[in-house]
Ligand binder design. Structure first.
Ligand SMILES: [Zn+2]
Length: 696
């Protein structure tokens, strides 16, 4: 292995990087009320230095003290290895504790901040509390609620839960709120969410879940040291917690069946704002809520909530103190900047005149109508600008890479701290808008059929005179501060010549580190520094998280779609001729039947029976009568266990379940199911990113 600096002796910032990091301060306004707002209403600091895992108490899922260098730091002492603007954001997001946002007739609205990537909001009602967005995991939610109870002495029961949107940091801790009841949630408690919540919560976190989790390790850098040489937050919050993810499905889907917008003749003076079409109302324990659905903004299912009694607006994650992501770097479907700006316009027009305090599920609140309307309006303008100016340049023939290089925000927008790219970045957001409208291809046929990185690496290195020559050129680029060019050159060596890339990796480690130190964006810094870390230390095993509750909440179609993405299609297609039909009978209060057919390397799902399973296969006993069919009876619990409960492979799990009498083959042969299960693969949660995969 090349000699990499140990974590005890970190890489120092090159003078040019240190100088640029200092200079950044003069390019943005000197101060703002953010620090005052981030500390306003503080009632209690965290009670413990760190939050342990529920079942493995020696593992830490959230660490307060590791961020002491931020929570006790000051803006004047930004270290040379941290972009001063990101440093400032780190200081703000490290303000942790219980905060009173506002008081009103039933009590108060509180937020627990700095206990996870997101905030938990507690709204006191006539006799109980409504909890909005119970953080990302069981443990952090449990301790956040405990902080509220200990600091206020309140024993009010939880009488309602509200998820603002379908991202895991806004629902994953829900069972932790009921720790005193073993995590069991009383089904009578209303759980309110925007329509489409469950579908998107599951599909975003399950289908590409393993790969997104792997890339999240880069994005949040949860494993890196917290220090001026390592992780200094993620821009949106400090990092993501690593405890047990839970989910209790909503029983009130706002905008779905059983709910309707409030008609004009049912509007009341108690709603404070003037009536508008499309607004929903919810009443929980005397807490009046006016809801604006904002689908397709920051999440596919999201909503803002106005509290007329408190003249308070919860802006979910639609307006935070950062430029947000149009496409998150962990991977997701691209968002719609146009819809985002359109819904913010509606928010301003609907609530702006009647809002004294605005808070969100990340960062700190804003108080005062003028400040709130300015904030929402500037945020709206930013997303509109991104969308429209990218389209203008697309129509002038520019590609995503060119647009991201050329377009800046006008000074009137960039001059606000909260439009800076701490979480989203202008660069990757502009590329995302390009992707939304145009896709991956830029129209140039030279880019239509590129060589993959390993082959390109071999050819580029040969063309440039061999490994040593490329590393020499990269070193010259590094010495001139051309880190972007250096990492591009070195990447060709690392992918083209993995066995002869020690010098390249060592220099790449330094170049990525300098890029990280210079980044204003928290997630860019985390990506660069995690990449450098993995070049030096290899890929570490991730925390094994059972997605239990998520898989329980899948529909049958989602369940089998998840199995289908585990199928080794090329192998199955090569080895199997005739279709294999598995008909599933799911026992329960209402028996459900569905069919999966393995054909042509695809696992096809059909609700009920598949009348055309054999279509296109001449020897299948005639159209619609395939030869290989099993009918399998089991409960939904057993079905869930086949995916995640088993230690071994899918096939062993299935055979064991048959042996134990949990699965009955009521028609056909077990070997048909065995064959299908034999093609299911487990995802690789440790795949390399900054270096090529080593053939096994
Ligand atoms: Zn969030």
């Amino acid at each position: 292995m090349p000699e990499f600096p140990s974590q005890a002796e970190p890489v120092e910032a090159e003078p040019s990087v240190a100088e640029a990091n200092r200079r950044i301060v003069s390019t943005i306004p000197p101060n703002s009320e953010d620090f005052e707002d981030a500390r306003r209403g503080l009632i209690a600091l965290p009670e413990i230095p760190a939050i342990p895992a529920r079942h493995k108490g020696d593992r830490i899922v959230w660490n307060f003290v590791s961020y002491d260098f931020l929570s006790e730091g000051s803006t004047d002492e930004a270290p040379p290895s941290v972009n001063a603007s990101l440093w400032r954001q780190g200081l703000l997001t490290a303000q942790a504790g219980l905060f009173q946002v506002t008081a009103y007739e039933h009590g108060a609205i509180y937020q627990v901040r700095g206990y996870d990537l997101s905030n938990m909001t507690i709204v006191e009602g006539e006799s109980g509390i409504l909890v909005i967005d119970p953080l990302a995991c069981y443990e952090t939610a449990q301790w956040a609620l405990k902080l509220y109870r200990d600091a206020t002495g309140s024993r009010r029961p939880i009488v309602g839960i509200l998820y603002t949107h379908s991202h895991v940091d806004h629902f994953g801790g829900v069972r932790g709120l009921f720790h005193d009841k073993g995590g069991v949630v009383d089904p009578d408690i209303p759980i309110i969410a925007p329509d489409g919540f469950l579908e998107h919560a599951v599909s975003e976190n399950v289908y590409a879940g393993p790969a997104m989790a792997r890339r999240s390790e880069y994005m949040y850098a949860a494993k890196l040291d917290k220090s001026p040489y390592g992780q200094v937050g993620a821009g949106l919050g400090l990092t993501i917690s690593t405890g047990e993810v839970t989910l209790v499905p909503p029983n009130v889907n706002v905008g779905g069946s059983g709910t309707a917008p409030v008609p004009r003749d049912q509007w009341s003076a108690k709603d404070v704002i003037p009536w508008r079409p499309g607004l929903h109302r919810q009443l929980v324990d005397g807490i009046r809520m006016i809801i604006q659905l904002t689908p397709g903004t920051e999440a596919p299912a999201e909503m803002n909530i106005y509290f007329p009694q408190a003249r308070a607006l919860c802006a979910a994650e639609n307006a935070t103190h950062t430029l947000h992501n149009i496409l998150t770097l962990r991977g997701a479907q691209v968002r719609d900047a146009h819809a985002w700006s359109k819904y913010l316009t509606e928010t301003i027009q609907t609530f702006g005149e009647h809002t004294d305090v605005e808070f969100a599920s990340h960062h700190w609140p804003r108080w005062g109508k003028e400040k709130i309307v300015e904030f929402l309006s500037v945020q709206r303008d930013v997303y509109g600008y991104l969308n429209d100016q990218t389209l203008r340049l697309i129509n002038a023939g520019k590609t995503g890479i060119e647009i991201a290089e050329e377009l800046d925000l006008p000074e009137s927008l960039a001059g606000h701290w909260y439009t800076r790219g701490y979480y989203g970045s202008l660069s990757h957001d502009l590329k995302a808008v390009y992707q939304r409208y145009m896709g991956w291809f830029d129209g140039n046929p030279a880019h239509l059929w590129n060589l993959p990185p390993s082959k390109a690496g071999v050819q580029y290195v040969a063309a440039m005179g061999g490994v040593e020559a490329v590393v020499t050129t990269a070193q010259q680029a590094y010495d001139q501060g051309e880190y972007r060019w250096a990492v591009e050159l070195l990447n060709h060596v690392i992918f083209g010549h993995p066995d002869d890339s020690e010098a390249a990796k060592k220099l790449q480690h330094k170049a990525l580190t300098q890029l990280g130190y210079g980044s204003e964006n928290g997630t860019w810094r985390n990506f660069y520094l995690t990449g450098a870390h993995e070049l030096a230390h290899g890929v570490e095993k991730p925390y094994n998280q059972e997605p239990g509750d998520l898989i329980l909440s899948t529909t049958l179609e989602q369940y089998f779609s998840t199995l289908a993405r585990a199928l080794d299609g090329p192998k199955a297609a090569a080895e199997q001729g005739e279709p294999i039909v598995l008909q599933w009978v799911i026992e329960g209060a209402e028996e459900e039947t569905c069919t999966t057919t393995l054909r042509n390397g695809v696992l096809v799902y059909v609700p009920g029976r598949d009348r055309f399973a054999g279509a296109g296969f001449s020897n299948a006993g005639g159209p619609g009568t395939p030869l290989r069919l099993s009918v399998i009876k089991l409960t939904r619990d057993v079905l869930n266990g086949l995916m995640y409960g088993a230690d071994g492979d899918y096939r062993t799990a299935f055979d064991n379940a048959v042996r134990d009498g949990l699965v009955q083959i009521i028609e056909g042969k077990q070997e048909y199911a065995d064959t299908v299960f034999g093609y299911l693969t487990r995802p690789d949660t440790t795949f390399p990113i900054v270096a090529p995969a080593v053939p096994r």
